[in-house]
Design a protein around this ligand. Structure first.
Ligand code: NAD
Ligand code: ZN
Length: 350
């Protein structure tokens, strides 16, 4: 779990005070900032001192192991080691920061650590500051990376941030489409967790709260306001806590295949899949469709048109490789329920 959490409008300005005890001698703090903020006023508020460095994270594509390696190798060459890595941005930037923070103290490539509990050494101090709400990357024990052979996180007890700052003001100007796609990541985490076989009281308590907050902003309200930003940020946190002790399900398992083959982004990919999952989550999909309509969002269709058999097979392989997700969704006998043929039909519908 994350050790320290600060929440509140304007709390970003406590960053300097928060970082001071973690500065080790002359070793710099590295701020990995979502490239969206380049030239924007937020950069002026980053408390840079001495040899500290801002690196703008290019999140045109979701994080790759090669990108993590290039940043961490560059930092090792330039500074040897650093006092800490601070991720300021959406899920992609936060995941990059977690991975770079870990790689500063671990040898080899981040691809060597894609899996469960493979990370050997605690990373450097890591803090996360979300500027988009929904992924739960701020609280999770993974950092999702696309590597040479798989799309899989560095899941470990060393992965969570040491500190997070939840300042809903930072999400004030997110475009409505992006806000919806990333917000739906949270909604889908809740449905998959609450409808899953891994469910327990811990996950349920957080999942129900997150779902209630998602409904407040996407179902009940007619207009987005400041309170909506506050609520979605807490939904993201609680949704992340919910899956920390359970697992995601069908939408994520299928969406990982899209992302691996087509580069479809996580939030929108989940939405594209969720749109066709009536068989697995009938109530959730009905409500999802209502929210799509109410919020005037367009969910792309036909993205798998014209793909070859090999391409379908590649997606099916990635998806069926996500065993815990399928087991959570469908139970121990999941392999009898979701056959390759059935999954192919589902991909064809997308
Ligand atoms: P993102 O981080 O990829 O960002 C999406 C877009 O929004 C980018 O163009 C970015 O520049 C922009 N953006 C960020 N903040 C903004 C702001 N305040 N205003 C305007 N634009 C802004 O999107 P995301 O949905 O937050 O994250 C998706 C990533 O998170 C994927 O890589 C996914 O694998 C990962 N993820 C991780 C976990 C985890 O537990 N570690 C969970 C879910 C998803
Ligand atoms: Zn997700």
């Amino acid at each position: 779990m994350v050790d320290y959490v600060v929440y509140g409008r304007g709390s970003f300005d406590q960053l300097d005070e928060i970082l001071t005890p973690h500065r080790q001698g002359g070793k710099p703090i590295i701020f990995l900032v979502d490239h969206f903020f380049e030239g924007k006023p937020l950069v002026e508020r980053v408390p840079q001192k001495g040899k500290d460095k801002i690196i703008f994270a290019d999140v045109t594509y979701e994080p790759k192991t090669t990108y993590v390696d290039s940043i961490s190798n560059q930092l090792k060459e330039e500074f040897g080691t650093v006092s800490g890595v601070i991720g300021i941005g959406g899920g992609s930037t936060m995941d990059l920061a977690k991975a770079v923070g870990l790689m500063m103290n671990n040898p080899g490539s981040s691809a060597d650590y894609q899996g469960w509990d493979l990370v050997k050494h605690r990373g450097v101090y890591k803090a996360g500051i979300p500027t988009l709400s929904g992924t739960g990357a701020e609280v999770s024990r993974t950092t999702v990376l696309t590597g040479p052979t798989k799309k899989l996180g560095m899941n470990s007890d060393f992965t969570p941030f040491d500190q997070i700052i939840l300042d809903p003001q930072l999400t004030a100007n997110v475009p409505a489409n992006q806000r919806f796609y990333t917000g739906m990541d949270c909604y889908i985490h809740c449905i998959e967790s609450l409808e899953g076989t891994y469910l327990n009281e811990f996950s349920k308590s957080y999942g129900e709260k997150a779902l209630e907050l998602c409904r407040k902003v996407f179902v009940e309200k007619d207009k987005w306001d400041e309170e909506s930003d506050d609520q979605l940020m807490m939904a993201s946190y609680a949704g992340g806590m919910s899956i920390a002790y359970s697992q995601v399900g069908v939408a994520h398992a299928v969406s990982y295949g899209l992302s691996y083959l087509l580069g479809t982004k996580h939030g929108i990919g989940n939405c594209i899949v969720m749109n066709h999952l009536e068989e697995y989550y009938p109530e959730g999909v009905k409500e999802f469709k209502y929210m799509v309509e109410k919020n005037n969002i367009i969910i792309p269709e036909g993205i798998c048109k014209g793909l070859s058999d090999e391409q379908f097979d590649a997606m099916i392989n990635v998806s069926l490789g996500m065993k815990p997700l399928w087991e959570n969704a469908l139970g121990k006998d999941w392999e009898k329920i979701i056959t390759r043929e059935k999954l192919r039909k589902l991909y064809e519908k997308l």
